[in-house]
Design a binder for this molecule. Sequence first.
Ligand SMILES: Nc1ncnc2c1ncn2[C@@H]1O[C@H](COP(=O)(O)OP(=O)(O)OP(=O)(O)O)[C@@H](O)[C@H]1O
Ligand SMILES: [Mg+2]
Length: 400
Amino acid sequence: MTIGDSITVLVALDTGVDRNTLQEALPAGSGLHVVGIVDGLDEGWAVLQQTAADLLVVACAGYSERALALVAASAKQQPERPVVVLCHGPGPGLLARAFQAGADDIVFLPQAPDEIELALQKAVARRVAPTGHGSLAPMICVLGPKGGTGKTLTAANLAVALAERDSRVVLVDLDLQFGDVGLALGMSPEHTIAELARTGGAIDEEKVDRYLVTHASGARVLLAPTRPDHATHVTVDFLKQLYPVLRASNDYVVVDTPPGFTPEVIATIDNASHVCAVATLDSLSLKNTKLGLETLDLMGFPNDRVALVLNRADSRVGLEHDDVVAILGREPDVLVPSDREISRSVNEATPIVLAQARSDAARAFRALSERFLVPHPERNGHADAVTAKRAGLFGLARRG
Ligand SMILES: Nc1ncnc2c1ncn2[C@@H]1O[C@H](COP(=O)(O)OP(=O)(O)OP(=O)(O)O)[C@@H](O)[C@H]1O
Ligand SMILES: [Mg+2]
């Protein structure tokens, strides 16, 4: 199937799930076409063999080994067909086991039908257009479970470091309540993401371009709303439309996020090809980062696409490198030192990669940007002509 087709869904009911309740929970008159609701999981499996459903829904009343077995069997038999678990009631332990078994998502009922529809559509969309595939540009979601770890600092410097390579870069400020990318880069909010969202209707490249504000580095920024109450316009559905357009028409997309896993952040992770997690050197931040990494794992986000930045890595706070690795369960990829010049650069609204290009902090952010570089032929091609010209002049330096 392709995006836009109606999605055919087969529902298998475990014992204890009331057919009527489930029928009412499912969205009516949507792009979903329920081809069957089958009582019993064995029966569901049998019907599945004869039905060309795009999606399997396994409905259970709580933790159920039978339901998990059906998820695993379906995922094994036809890995490209997504499976979503609907759990009617609390199911301690089910979340992790369902993802391990191969489920694409799990929804705990009761839930509004349009939320269920969104989860089912998302599960299918991920299979139809896997992230980081085809001609879509890398999209890096900068994450941090706690406030103040250096997400905005990292996102701004990463975007500018990528833009310095003559790439078309868009930086999205998804901190919808208190976004400060504009402040960090010294840009006035001529347009914002809220204005774009308020226009309603379909989103295309031309329309998005009208709301991007260009930074001196060449990076274009979709700035946060100027007032927290405008944030309501920026819905998950809007983001689901926006990101593919940005990824199709640029070389890199960087998204700065608010702390935590808000619905908008989850939608961003779902659409991202990479995550950049930012932690600071204190045990609480590291513990929360570890939880964040585990959450990404549960969401099925590939480990090898998560870059880990340790900010203020040189602070003398009684934590050694080994302690960091022990808490996080992995090595950080990039270490950013604590630097007074960073505070100065923030106050002067010039990212450190531009203000102090030779500083250790600037080098760290450039090293981070290099982790996401895509070879030119695979890029969307916007920057290739310019880059080729520069490579002619600076080819040796670049190769070096
Ligand atoms: N390595 C560093 N050296 C010096 N100052 C730093 C460093 N990292 C961050 N800061 C300062 O700490 C403050 C918080 O950083 P930043 O705004 O990037 O965090 P954040 O994670 O985006 O916060 P929030 O969750 O509130 O959005 C900023 O004023 C920044 O200048
Ligand atoms: Mg921030």
